[in-house]
Design a protein around this ligand. Sequence first.
Ligand code: ATP
Ligand code: MG
Ligand code: MG
Length: 552
Amino acid sequence: MSESTKNFIEHIIENDLAAGRRKILTRFPPEPNGYLHIGHAKSITLNFTLAQQYGGQCNLRFDDTNPTREEMEFVESIKQDVAWLGFDWGDREFYASDYFERLYEFAEFLISKDKAYVDSLSPEQIREYRGTPTEPGRNSPYRDRPVQESLDLFRRMRKGEFAEGEHVLRAKIDMAHPNLNMRDPSMYRIRHAAHHRTGSTWCIYPMYDFAHGQSDAIEGISHSICTLEFENHRPLYDWFLKELELPDPPHQYEFARLNLTYTVLSKRKLRELVEQGIVESWDDPRMPTISGMRRRGYPPEAIVAFCRDIGVSKTESTIDAAHLLFHIREHLNRTAARVMAVLDPVKVVITNYPAGQTEEFVTENNPEDPAAGTRIVPFSRELYIEREDFIEEPPKKWFRLSPGREVRLKNAYYITCDEVVRDADGTIVELRCSYDPESRGGSTPDGRKVKGTLHWVSAAHAVPVEVHNYDHLFCTPFPENPGEGGSYLDNLNPDSRQIVPRAWAEPSLQHAESGQRFQFLRKGYYCVDIKLSKPGFPVFNRTVTLRDTWAK
Ligand code: ATP
Ligand code: MG
Ligand code: MG
C-alpha cells in the first residue's frame, strides 16, 4: 500500500510501532441490543483489517452493560454475522459483563481517592444541576460527602438496599467544565433488572463511559476505534484511565460513521421498522442489516470490498447506495451462473416445430468464468417468454418480438411472430411463431442480422418458482430529512417488495441450493431465499437489478 492511500488510523499505528509499541490490539464492541447493520460492517472491516495488517489481533467484545435491552438472540446473531463477513476472532470473545467485579473495584478505588461520590439527588435534579452548554452547572449538595459515607452507600447500593434512582455514583471532576460530559458524569446506576448473562447477581450497572475504556484497558487494547459521536467523550475516557493509574492505557480514535442513501442506519429505527411490522423481521431482505443483506444475496466479499473502498475519514458524509450496489454487481457478474426464468409469461407456440420433440442445448454457465462449466437447457414446441418482450404495434427501435419481426431466442433459434391469439377479454394468450431450423445456436448461414435476443423457458419443462423483487426500502435518498414535522416513516417506498407467486424457471433451478446466487438473464441477480424456500420449490429474492434504475 502506498503512503498516500493509507488512512489516518494506519498512520497513527505506524507511528506507534515506530515509537516502540509491540502489539496492535483492536476490538469490535457491539452492544447486543439489535442486529448488526452495514455501518457495523464498516467498523468490523476496519478493526479486523488493521489487526491483520499489523500482525495484531482483534477482540470481539460484547458491550453488554445495559441489562434491560440486551438478549442472547442478539449475541448469537452478531457472532454469525461477523463470521459470515469472513472475520475470525478465534478465542478472543469477551463480554464487558465479565468485568463487572473489576469495574466495581475500580469504582471503589476512585471513591477512596475522593474522585467519585454517591449522589442522592433525583435524576431530574441531576439534569437540572448539570447546566447547559453556555452555562456552568452547580455542585450537588452531596458532592462533599465524606469518602467513607460514599463508600458505605455504594456498598449498600450493590447489596440492593435502595430503589432505582435513589442514588448514583458520579465521578468528581468539574461542574463548570465546558464539555458537559466532564460535569461529574454518572458511573453507576441502580437497576433492579436481570441481565442476560449475570442474572440477578448485580443490581447496579456501570454506564457506557465507565465500562468502555476500562474494558479496553483490561483487555490491553492498543487502539480503541469508535465513531465521531464519541469524540467529546474522549476527555472522560482519558480521565478515568489516568485516575485509575492503569499502566499502558489504551487510546481512543474516532472516524466518521457510515451513512448510506435510501436507508436508515440506526438500531433504534431498524427496531421500529420490525416492531411496527413495516418489514417482516430484522433479516427482511430490504433491511440494511447484515442478516438482511445475506438473505438478499449480497456476497460477503462484496460488502467487505465496499467497506474497504469507501475508506476511513474524519468527516461525516453519506455514501450513495449505488456505490454499494456497484460492488455487489461486480462480484455477482464474476461469480453468478446465468440462467433463464420468465417472470410474467406469455405462451409462444412454434408452429413448424414437431409436436412432442425435445431438444437439448448445452450452454455455458458464465461467460465471465469458463471454469463455471455448462448445463443443459431443454427446448420444445411450446415456450414462455416475458409478456413485456412482445408488442403488437412497436415503436421505432423496438428490437424485441412483434408481428412479422424476427428475434433470437438465447442459445436456441430465430423465431418470427406470425399470429397473435387473444381471449374473449382481448388479453393476448398465445403468440404463434415459426422458427428457422438453420439458426440453431444463434446465427444463420446467410448471416442475416437479428438484433433482439430474448430469454425463454420450455413450457413443458419449466418449473414454477416464487420470486420476490426487492427495491430500496425508502424512496428518497435522505429519508431521515423528511422536512418539517415529518418522520422517516413518511418516506417508505411502497414498491419495495413485489411478489411474483408463480414464475417459470428452467428446470436446473428446481433444486437450487439455499443461498445460491444466479443471474436471471435480462432480469437481474437473484438468490435462493434461505428462510422461505422449500425442497423442490425455491423462493428467489432479487438481489439487485442488472443496471442502476435509480440513477439521476
Ligand atoms: P446504532 O447507532 O446503529 O444504534 P451503535 O453505535 O449504538 O449503533 P454498537 O453496537 O454500540 O451500536 O456499535 C458497535 C460498534 O460499531 C461501535 O464501535 C460503533 O461505533 C460502530 N458503528 C455503529 N454504527 C456505525 C456506522 N454507521 N458506521 C460505522 N461504525 C458504526
Ligand atoms: Mg453503542
Ligand atoms: Mg447508537
